[in-house]
Design a protein around this ligand. Structure first.
Ligand code: ATP
Length: 235
């Protein structure tokens, strides 16, 4: 992938109150690329996604998205530029139906999936359109969380551990969905602890340790040297 960077993160630091969690991270994401953030619990992967979206108290450095600086912008402004965030907890509204959950976020820009395209991409959701959010399985909730941001016209998707807590067969389905989105041209940053899952779908991997980028590998480099990566993850 030789495309120009869509997202360029330079010397990013971030804080929760007085506590500094990210310490000068730099990496970029090319258009159409699927990049994972890997690393141990508490390394700062989620905080990196939250920093891109402007959901931390303080951040410094630069996050350039298609030429626009995100540091200093508010979350709603960042979303409007075409970045969709799928948090780890999925944030499905339990009292709303699948359909209501899906159609809740405003369509912020052109180019989002139509209802038909969405239901074609996620046939399970169509079958469950009138079910209550909480009555869904974990896998269906994850699909719903991803589908919800596709309506908004986002072209960069930030997905936080979509495989978490799901059975292997469901993880496989989510992986296929993510690969399909990549094939459709979405650019994806995926936080992932599950290496077996990450290596199936990704172009490159950014290894995060103590709020720092300690390595960046192509998927081929990861395949060729699993020992190196496992040592980072302590597995
Ligand atoms: P995990 O997979 O466990 O979520 P992670 O790599 O995503 O790990 P983060 O969630 O980004 O890690 O956490 C990075 C550090 O920031 C950790 O030390 C964590 O304890 C701390 N932290 C996370 N959220 C907050 C918060 N709301 N307030 C204060 N500290 C926080």
């Amino acid at each position: 992938l030789n495309a120009a960077p869509m997202l360029k993160i330079d010397n990013l630091s971030a804080w929760y109150a007085e506590s500094k969690v990210l310490h000068g991270m730099s990496f970029d994401v090319r258009e159409g690329e699927l990049l994972t953030l890997i690393g141990r619990n508490g390394a700062g992967k989620t905080t990196t996604l939250r920093s891109i979206m402007g959901i931390v108290q303080k951040r410094t450095g630069s996050i350039n998205f298609n030429g626009t600086e995100l540091v200093g912008k508010r979350t709603f402004q960042i979303a409007r530029l075409g970045i969709g965030y799928c948090p780890e907890e999925r944030a499905i509204f339990s009292s709303l139906s699948v359909q209501e959950n899906l159609f809740l976020p405003p369509v912020l820009r052109e180019g989002g999936m139509t209802d038909e395209q969405l239901y074609a991409t996620f046939p399970n959701l169509k079958a469950r359109a009138n079910s209550q959010g909480t009555k869904l399985s974990g896998g269906e909730q994850q699909m719903l969380a991803i589908a919800r941001i596709l309506r908004t016209g986002s072209r960069l998707l930030l997905l936080d551990e979509p495989s978490e807590g799901l059975a292997p067969v469901v993880v496989k389905e989510i992986g296929e969905t993510i690969q399909r989105l990549k094939a459709q041209g979405f650019t994806i940053v995926l936080v992932e602890q599950n290496l077996r899952f990450a290596r199936l779908v990704a172009d490159r991997h950014v290894v995060v340790e103590n709020g720092r980028v300690v390595d960046i590998l192509t998927n081929a480099e990861l395949e060729a040297d699993m020992g190196r990566v496992k040592s980072y993850l302590g597995v």
